[in-house]
Ligand binder design. Sequence first.
Ligand code: DAH
Length: 339
Amino acid sequence: MSVDFEALAVEAESAVSTASDFAQLDAVRVRFLGKKGTITTLAETIRSLPTEERPLFGQRLNALRQAVTAAIENRKAFLEAETDAAAFAALDVSLPGNIPNVGTLHPLTQILDRAVCICRRLGFALATGPCVETEFHCFDALNTPADHPARNEQDTFYFHNGRLLRTHTSSVQVRVMEKNNPPLRIIAPGPAFRRDEIDATHSAQFHQLEGLYVNRKVSVADLKGTLDFFFRELLGTGAELRFRPHFFPFTEPSFEIDVRASGLGDRERWLEMGGCGMVDPAVFDAINKSRSDQAFDPEEWSGFAFGIGLDRLAMVLFGIPDIRFLAANDLRMLRQFAV
Ligand code: DAH
């Protein structure tokens, strides 16, 4: 049998090199190397050849198979490179990339994080309490009589079951003392709610940072030293504090805290930042009664407490003119304070 191997090689070569995609190339492979392909069929005829012709026929057929296989592999590599090149051609590596949207911290969160860090360094542990409170935790245990204006429905959000939205974070003081023995040192940041007329400086929801320190022989000097350190860390060593005598039912004596610092807009203006004072023994008595023990014996234990308004602080520090901006979720405002 005479087979024109050269002609077959040329034919295969031309079929491979004109295949312009992977499907066409595979069709060429099937045509020559497939089960019923030319080369496979020829291999089957070898048995019918005279013995002396078989080795040469076999050699040439093998050479043809190898040449075709190699040509197909080469063409495949070429087509792959071509596909990649086309993909890259559509890609402009000089274009700016897609900047990942990582989000930023809300100005209040930023202030809160800094405040908590400072208090931690002073050994204060973080405490939390519920926003929906009982009158006992929000008022009674804090020595706030039934006729106090804060207990008025005009000032406070009440639920039908007698609970209320806490009007201050001081309720967490009560929760902590009910469950823990002195000495203790906690801060409790979080939201508080009042039925205020809403305007640029009043919101129905605002945020406070509560602090409570109970130990033996705690003095007003400890309170002043702690708050002095806190505000100097937060606002710079140039910050000045003024304690103005005031009244809170749960502290005696009580003070309002005024601060002035160059970071707070007008350097000369005193800004009211919150209240503080020495824990009133009546509060310890109420806690003892609630716990049915004498853990907070006022003869042995004393303490100081403070409550700082965080919204006001964020507003003056960041130059935000309206408290409502803090809750409006307007990204144009929030992005300005991205860190
Ligand atoms: N709870 C008070 C308020 O919301 C602030 C305050 C004053 C908290 C004196 C205290 C404190 O812990 O000792 O106006």
